[in-house]
Write a protein that binds this ligand. Structure first.
Ligand SMILES: CC/C=C\C/C=C\C/C=C\C=C\CC(=O)SCCNC(=O)CCNC(=O)[C@H](O)C(C)(C)COP(=O)(O)OP(=O)(O)OC[C@H]1O[C@@H](n2cnc3c(N)ncnc32)[C@H](O)[C@@H]1OP(=O)(O)O
Length: 310
């Protein structure tokens, strides 16, 4: 069940602040309850599985029971609506198939994900912008709000939306000589609080504030030194192994207690996000529709293309 589809937020908007807060608590309880049922169901035997959507694949290791979710949208895994929807489908599938944990990675050799596909936001209409941002929100909350152990094997660059997905996971292993960060201010835009929340979970507040205001892209080594990534691996294979070892570290921990403890840590951010998600979509549409932002996007895309041809 998708977290996003369970929120009675439209109803909540018509309520008093007290009623609204109580509906959100009801939502939280429902969320914890359904995650609890899923955790109880996960006690059964493991299955070997390999499935695919259009732009993602899921492979479950039959020995470890850990699922690897691979994004496969050449050349840079930029997040269009299809990739964001496929990510949600794959996460839901992994949550339902008794996997022991989820590792997110990329089929590209040097890019984890280039973030939102800027073509999806350029020269388009409000309805498309609404869909793009809503699907980004949905993909993020599906990963951030999962009770499964999650890890990112970051086998390439992870700017903006790429960093968002990586920091929605509980653990990050990155290959050398790549960059990761939230570069929104460099693009002249302000990342909303929910988009920063994974980043804020893992970095000291002072480091996060400076990085976000600078729009800083950390090298692998710098990301490791500040704690944005937990380990460095020399290859994608090694990154996957380290992620598996992290997920394996929970083997002797009661999965129900583990999952609910994780969700308690994340509940506040999720609650805040649910309160503002519709307003956030409206803000994004207003921002991305602005003529000067559209002009900047066009220039940014041109520069990316020119750089590619060099
Ligand atoms: C100026 C304002 C722009 C938009 C913002 C406005 C409103 C949005 C509000 C908030 C959004 C926030 C979340 C986001 O995720 S925004 C996206 C931010 N992403 C980036 O800035 C990353 C840009 N890409 C890169 O830095 C590099 O491509 C790389 C480091 C990921 C990989 O480098 P490579 O050298 O391996 O590959 P390239 O030659 O650069 O690229 C190959 C190919 O892919 C195209 N491309 C790259 N990134 C994107 C993208 N994010 N969207 C669409 N297309 C992208 C690039 O143009 C090349 O295309 P061609 O093959 O030349 O056609």
């Amino acid at each position: 069940m998708k977290l996003s589809s369970r929120i009675p937020f439209r109803l909540a908007l018509k309520q008093t602040p007290e009623q609204r807060s109580s509906s959100i608590d009801t939502y939280q309880r429902t969320m914890l309850h359904s995650n609890l049922l899923r955790l109880v169901a996960r006690g059964g035997p493991k299955r070997l599985m390999s499935t695919a959507t259009k732009l993602t694949t899921v492979e479950v290791n039959d020995k470890t029971g850990i699922a690897t979710l691979t994004m496969n949208r050449p050349p840079v895994n930029s997040q269009n609506v299809q990739l964001l929807e496929d990510l949600q489908k794959s996460i839901t599938e992994i949550e339902n198939n008794k996997s022991r944990g989820l590792i997110l990675t990329s089929a590209m050799s040097n890019v984890f994900s280039a973030g939102l596909d800027i073509h999806e936001m350029y020269n388009t209409n409000e309805e498309r912008l609404r869909i793009v941002w809503t699907e980004l929100q949905n993909a993020w909350i599906a990963l951030y709000g999962s009770s499964l152990p999650t890890a990112a094997a970051i086998n390439g660059h992870a700017p903006a939306g790429g960093c968002l997905l990586a920091t929605a996971c509980e653990y990050r292993v990155m290959v050398p000589n790549c960059r990761i960060g939230l570069n929104e201010t460099q693009l002249g835009i302000i990342a909303p609080k929910w988009l920063m929340s994974g980043f804020l979970n893992v970095l000291p507040k002072r480091v996060a504030e400076r990085a976000l205001t600078q729009g800083r892209m950390f090298t692998t080594q710098e990301a490791f030194e500040v704690g944005l990534v937990d380990e460095i691996a020399n290859s994608k294979e090694e990154a996957l192994e380290k992620c598996s070892a992290f997920i394996g570290s929970f083997a002797k921990v009661n999965s129900l207690a583990r999952g609910l403890t994780k969700l308690q840590f994340r509940a506040e951010n999720i609650k805040e996000f649910e309160k503002i998600r519709e307003k956030d979509v409206a803000n994004f549409i207003a921002l991305a529709s602005r003529p000067e932002i559209q002009k900047d996007m066009g220039i940014y895309l041109e520069n990316l293309k020119k750089k590619g041809k060099k």
